[in-house]
Design a protein around this ligand. Sequence first.
Ligand code: BG6
Length: 244
Amino acid sequence: MFTSSAAVTDGTKAIRGGIPVCFPQFSDLGPCAASHGFARTSTWDVTSTTSTTATFTLRSGGDRDARDEAFPHAHVVEYVVCVDGETLTTTMRVTNEDVDAFEFTTALHTYFRVGDCERARVEGLKSTSYLDSLDGRREKTDDADAVEFHEEVDRIYLDTPAVLKIRDASMPESGYGGTFTIEKSATLTDAVVWNPWVEKSKKMGDFRDDEYREMVCVEVAGTRKMSLAPGATWEGSQTISFAV
Ligand code: BG6
């Protein structure tokens, strides 16, 4: 995992690294003014732990502040983090506790640590359609064998396969390198691939100018509105493993 050395951790903004939980929306694809919604800047309760898991809960109502006024639906989000041997599984459950259905979009916005993004590639997306967020979200397809990072990349891939890999060939020079395998549940239909590259990095106050070289984001996501009936629970998960 990557976390910026300039990340802000006092709760005033989302931590630039790890796995921000985007809810009730990914990016601007929902009712909230804040990009990626309020979950990533909220304080969650730790509601249970075992030797391998921790469960965090975020409930509407109570002393929640005004950030979720744009999403006035009674709900509870549970996030289970499981570190089990060589794998990390993160599972998100959203329950509608309201009397009406509501819609949401979501992403688990994982920042992966690589030695040099120009030597890393994302495999598994060949011929998959994507919305190019750098070109008005125009729908495109590319036939390259892998997504590479030699410029800014910001793409929403639609209906992606269950398994994606990030291969980082920067060993041994960087001390990093290897292959991440990311497996997602079918309920997370999409995957976002992002690297801010030079200019955007300079504009981010919580990210060093040259840190774009050390990370790539592959975010399992549901970017098209999902409707949840009263009383229903939606679950989405990813399992990440790493091999040198
Ligand atoms: C990605 C988006 O998911 O998150 C990008 O596709 C965005 O457009 C990036 O820049 C980071 O967002 P934020 O709000 O954490 O700066």
